[in-house]
Design a protein around this ligand. Structure first.
Ligand code: PHE
Length: 346
């Protein structure tokens, strides 16, 4: 061949013409011109054999690229033209065509995990309770032993909600945890109480791989005569075994939350390394999964439950953390960015 044809220009022109092809005849004319035996493309491909080997590779790759672009463009345009013709009633419906696959929906991974966790506690006799996302200062803080000047408020960066002009009432906020549901439940009924409360919570924080401004928590509460820390430990150990695997061990250490006394944090032995220490558990061998404790007598008193007669335990866990640990997910934001490539894996 004397001079290599300008394939870029050819592709541009071919695709521009293709976009104009409006019926089957025009499509066929286009196909013969650009993909037929005598087309520049096919001739170029044929002539490759005559090129010196070092030129052949690059020229071949480029010509093939063009071929793929033209063929897929053609197939796509053909579909469009056929669909339009069908819609215009020009062509009979071909009922022998196989149907396209119907994509089934699926549960969002967080919905699935919430249901799985609630299912585990329901089998232990807990029932589901719910509360509003927009809470009052009283339920989110005050009733939980966190008065306005309490330093614990700093650890809950709060989204405050402005009231409509003219509407009076207590300060509103987006709940920073699911613990206010404890108060709402205990206000309404007398012990025995055994509830699990899943829901969204909000924190006014910059997002990064481990922080979202909206995430899920699941709260647990049991109040009755004679409930002890042994009940709390047994319940959480059983949960860890059912959710993370039968060989899981649990560890309890002191922690502080104003609404429980004593308060603790619960960890499971790292299933990635079996407790030896690895990247996932920060070399500690343990993974923290939740906060818990015995309901503070002051909290019981405020909802009219006599702490000399009744005791209770409570716990609260972050939901996203569970699949993050279980499946080794490295960015919490993946759950809420609506990327189907991520969501379809569950
Ligand atoms: N509400 C606490 C938090 O969000 C967790 C918690 C719940 C701790 C119940 C103890 C008892 O951090």
């Amino acid at each position: 061949m004397s001079q290599a044809p300008n394939l870029e220009e050819l592709q541009r022109q071919a695709l521009a013409e293709l976009a104009q092809a409006g019926d089957a005849a025009a499509l066929e004319t286009w196909r013969v011109r650009y993909l037929g035996k005598k087309s520049v493309l096919i001739q170029t491909l044929r002539a490759l054999g005559g090129l010196p080997p070092d030129e052949r590779r690059a020229a071949g790759a480029r010509a093939n690229q063009l071929k793929v672009a033209l063929e897929s463009g053609f197939a796509e345009r053909k579909r469009v033209v056929e669909t339009l013709a069908l819609a215009a009633g020009k062509e009979a419906l071909d009922i022998s065509l196989p149907g396209g696959p119907v994509l089934l929906g699926r549960l969002h991974p967080i919905t699935a995990v919430v249901r799985e966790i609630c299912g585990i506690f329901m089998r232990m006799g807990f029932e589901i309770a719910e509360g509003p996302d927009v809470e009052t200062d009283y339920y989110n803080f005050e009733a939980l032993n966190i008065p306005a000047d309490h330093p614990a408020r700093d650890s809950f960066s709060t989204f405050w909600v402005e009231r409509q002009a003219g509407s009076a009432g207590p300060p509103l906020l987006l709940r920073t945890h699911t613990s206010p549901v404890q108060i709402r439940v205990m206000e309404k009924r007398q012990p025995p109480v055994r509830v699990i409360a899943p829901g969204r919570v909000y924190r006014y924080e910059a997002t990064d791989a481990t922080h979202e401004s909206m995430f899920y928590q699941i709260e647990g509460l049991a109040v009755d005569r004679g409930i002890t820390m042994a009940d709390l430990k047994g319940t959480l150990a059983q949960f860890a075994r059912l959710f993370f695997g039968p060989e899981r061990k649990t560890r309890f250490r002191c922690d502080y939350f104003p609404f429980v006394e004593p308060g603790m944090e619960c960890a499971i032995d790292c299933f990635a390394c079996g407790g030896k220490g690895c990247r996932m558990c920060g070399n500690s061998g343990w993974l923290e999964i939740l906060g818990a404790g015995m309901v503070h007598p002051e909290v019981l008193r405020r909802v009219g439950i006599d702490p000399d007669v009744y005791t209770g335990f409570a716990f609260g866990m972050g939901v996203e953390r569970m699949p993050i640990l279980k499946y080794g997910i490295d960015d919490i934001r993946l759950f809420y960015s609506n990327d189907l490539r991520f969501l379809r894996q569950f």
